[in-house]
Design a protein around this ligand. Structure first.
Ligand code: G3P
Ligand code: CA
Length: 266
């Protein structure tokens, strides 16, 4: 049987806890996930918080555009009571501690990874990096630096890999931290990289599930160029098996516990 892919919890265990909350990440670690995924956005007063959307309505009880709000304002909202339409959440049982319902700062998540009690990988995605002329990347590298995870030769000593759909964003971070592992997210593979190569400075390929479903041979091609392949977002059991069968290196999934169970089957 092929080696199983690493299981990376997309926005935490977002099938059973509100996405991007500390509760969701703790659940993922408790379920045995190999890694965690988060998106980062910049607040009006320069803090990085783990939130996917530009606006805050979907995942909190507040309203408005995140980048216009301070961290203090964001902390006044409840981020733990929304219901993922397809998840079976019991938020009162799941999130009795108000701290677990708060908007999650990147710093809190980095501490949780450091203190997890076992090695846990962290995949951090920069959202809309072009809007702030490099500020998101600078703040991110500064945050990683506080944990010793961005020094020039850090490589696999750092649990962190940074991801983006923007090559420019990855390049900026590589310039600041040359050893940092980078993942280029792709919802289509540009023609010149269909042979499995990647732009200079990119460590791993991050194709969508749709790409490796339509073109499973892409995985071998990337491997021949020495690149791991990390696929998103792999939820259905059949897709988890497909990724294992074509030797994908990591899957990013909303259902880490279920994916691990599927991968444990013969
Ligand atoms: O892991 C990559 C994946 O998260 C990209 O899509 O929209 O969920 O951030 P999105
Ligand atoms: Ca993401």
């Amino acid at each position: 049987m092929p080696k199983r892919p690493l299981v990376v919890a997309h926005r935490g265990a977002s099938d059973v806890s509100p996405e991007h909350t500390l509760a969701a990440y703790r659940r993922a670690v408790a379920a045995g996930a190999d890694g965690l995924e988060c998106d980062v956005r910049l607040t009006a007063d320069g803090h990085l918080v783990c939130v996917h959307d530009r606006r805050i309505e979907r995942t909190s009880n507040g309203r408005g555009v995140l980048s216009t709000m301070s961290l203090e304002e964001l902390e006044s909202f409840d981020w733990g009571s929304w219901k993922n339409p397809w998840a079976d959440l019991d938020e009162d049982a799941d999130l009795p501690d108000p701290d677990l319902r708060k908007v999650l700062t990147l710093d809190t998540l980095l501490s949780a990874v450091r203190d997890a009690g076992r090695p846990v990988e962290l995949a951090i995605e920069t959202k809309h990096p072009t809007r702030y002329a490099g500020l998101v990347e600078r703040r991110l590298i500064e945050a990683l630096d506080r944990y010793g995870w961005a020094h020039p030769n850090v490589g696999t000593e750092s649990p962190v890999r940074v991801m983006s759909f923007s090559w420019l964003s990855l390049r900026r971070m590589r310039t600041m931290a040359p050893g940092l592992r980078t993942v280029l997210l792709m919802d289509r593979v540009p023609l010149r990289f269909r042979d499995g190569s990647l732009p200079t400075g990119v460590s791993y390929a991050g194709p969508s599930l749709e790409i490796v479903t339509a073109h499973p041979e892409y995985v071998d091609r990337a491997h021949k160029h020495g690149h791991q392949v990390h696929v998103w977002t792999v939820n259905a059991d059949a897709d988890v098996r497909h990724c294992r069968d074509i030797s994908v290196d990591a899957i990013i999934t909303d259902r880490p516990e279920a994916a691990l169970k599927t991968l444990a089957e013969p």
